[in-house]
Design a protein around this ligand. Structure first.
Ligand code: HEC
Ligand code: HEC
Ligand code: HEC
Ligand code: HEC
Ligand code: HEC
Length: 319
């Protein structure tokens, strides 16, 4: 069995030698050993500002050819995932002010300039996963903008709206789950339902994502319970946990996509009246009668049975 191979290049000749074999040659010739270093897939350069991060994850080109999908997405909460209803913005601000800088006394951060990516990942893990490609300066810029925005500074809110869960998060970063089976997402590939060439100038290839139609695509962020992987575990969305542990075991067979993509990439929750209407069905049965405790003293009584059925694929509300 060959345990180690030495690649020897002499002039134009390349020889593969078993270790220990032909050691004399090693002394005779000038040897170049080639070592294959895996080339980093994504550029090591990290974003230093929110604008740079927005540019790194720019999806404006997609609008040209997928205009309807782009519009739907642009009106979704995914597109403004640091701002939300805007309860998200206010809660991120209080996480910074009352959590990281105050109550979490061992966080190592006393003021905004001490804040690191790791601190903001408490929320960005799901609200802005691309923060992993940014420097601490961006974490500080986001923290400051959340504080300013929640205090009424509209330009800070606009700044936070530049980044969000966009096409590249679902069609690249989160498209592959089993990295030892499928590898890391490639930088020039859009993951969809098929393989082939793609007309985009930067994302020139289409590959099939094994999970695009599966609930687990969404489950990566829609939560199973406390986030134990964080140094300060927090819990936000837990809806995927309820989907897995309650809906599926009781016979539910629909995916998130089947229930949430009627309006395409808008993917609405209860703020959309049509979606909210589907949530609960109400069945009421009544029976009226007279209760007679003693002769001549009847009390009109009614029995009302109300059956509420949750038709969503999970507990509602979430959070
Ligand atoms: C990268 C993480 C991530 C992925 C992947 C993801 N979501 Fe979300 N989703 C979020 C976050 C964060 C919010 C909340 C944004 C806010 O309001 O601040 C959200 C909000 C929502 C909402 C509420 C929208 C509303 O209008 O109230 C729905 C519904 C939803 N997502 C469905 C889905 C479905 C379906 C999928 C899979 C096809 C999916 N999400 C994939 C993170 C994600
Ligand atoms: C496990 C992923 C995950 C983490 C971590 C996470 N969130 Fe969320 N968050 C979501 C998803 C998904 C939604 C939207 C769906 C829902 O409400 O069920 C959401 C919704 C919210 C909402 C309600 C949005 C609205 O507009 O009504 C707030 C507020 C919020 N998150 C704040 C935070 C803050 C602050 C942090 C950090 C301390 C955080 N989240 C961490 C996934 C997460
Ligand atoms: C929250 C995750 C998510 C985001 C964000 C997202 N997509 Fe998708 N997209 C999906 C899923 C899931 C499907 C597959 C639906 C199916 O096949 O059932 C899909 C399907 C598609 C398709 C094929 C659908 C068709 O009708 O042929 C295109 C094209 C597409 N997305 C483009 C985009 C573009 C462009 C953006 C950004 C503007 C975007 N997507 C953002 C999850 C997402
Ligand atoms: C110049 C036009 C053009 C641009 C720009 C473009 N696309 Fe596409 N895209 C297409 C066409 C055409 C198809 C269908 C290819 C096919 O059916 O073989 C497609 C297919 C897709 C699919 C679906 C693949 C499938 O399996 O059904 C996704 C997802 C997608 N594009 C996302 C994006 C995203 C995200 C961007 C921006 C980064 C983008 N596209 C930019 C033209 C474009
Ligand atoms: C059987 C259909 C169905 C399935 C499956 C389903 N949903 Fe829902 N979902 C609904 C309905 C209906 C609502 C509206 C409920 C309401 O009015 O609060 C909803 C609401 C939501 C909300 C908003 C809840 C809140 O309180 O903030 C989110 C987020 C969401 N779904 C995400 C998902 C994700 C992620 C999956 C897959 C893990 C999924 N849904 C699977 C039907 C479904």
């Amino acid at each position: 069995m060959i345990n180690e191979i030495i690649v020897q290049t002499v002039g134009r000749q390349t020889k593969f030698l078993k270790k220990g074999e032909n050691m004399k040659l090693l002394r005779l010739f000038f040897i170049i050993q080639f070592v294959l270093i895996p080339v980093a897939v994504f550029s090591a350069e990290k974003a230093k500002t929110i604008d740079e991060l927005a540019k790194m994850y720019d999806v404006s080109s997609c609008k040209q050819c997928h205009s309807k999908i782009y519009e739907e997405w642009a009106n979704s909460y995914h597109a403004i995932s640091l701002v939300g209803s805007p309860r998200t913005l206010a809660t991120i601000a209080s996480t910074v002010r009352d959590g990281i800088l105050k109550e979490w006394t061992k966080s190592g951060a006393k003021s905004v300039k001490d804040i690191k990516v790791e601190h903001m990942m408490t929320c960005a893990k799901c609200h802005l996963p691309q923060l992993k490609d940014a420097t601490d300066a961006v974490a500080q810029e986001i923290a400051q903008a959340a504080l300013d925005g929640s205090a009424g500074d509209s330009s800070a809110v606009e700044k936070l709206k530049k980044v969000g869960i966009n096409c590249l998060i679902c069609h690249n970063q989160k498209s592959l789950i089993h990295k030892w089976t499928d590898g890391e997402p490639e930088p020039d590939v859009i993951y969809g339902n098929k393989e082939g060439v793609h007309a985009d100038a930067k994302f020139k290839k289409l590959k099939k994502s094994p999970i695009l139609k599966e609930s687990i695509l969404c489950g990566q962020c829609h939560g199973t319970g406390p986030n134990f992987d964080l140094k300060e575990p927090t819990q936000c969305a837990t809806l995927y946990g309820s989907y897995l542990n309650a809906y599926v075991p009781s016979g539910g067979s629909k995916t998130c996509q089947e229930c949430h993509m009627d309006k395409g990439h808008l993917m609405p929750g209860y703020r959309d009246p049509d979606q909210a209407k589907k949530a609960v069905s109400v069945e009421v049965k009544t029976k009226g009668y007279y209760f007679l405790p003693k002769a001549g003293d009847s009390i009109p009584t009614a029995k009302v049975n109300v059956k509420l059925v949750n038709n969503a694929g999970h507990r509602i509300p979430d959070g």
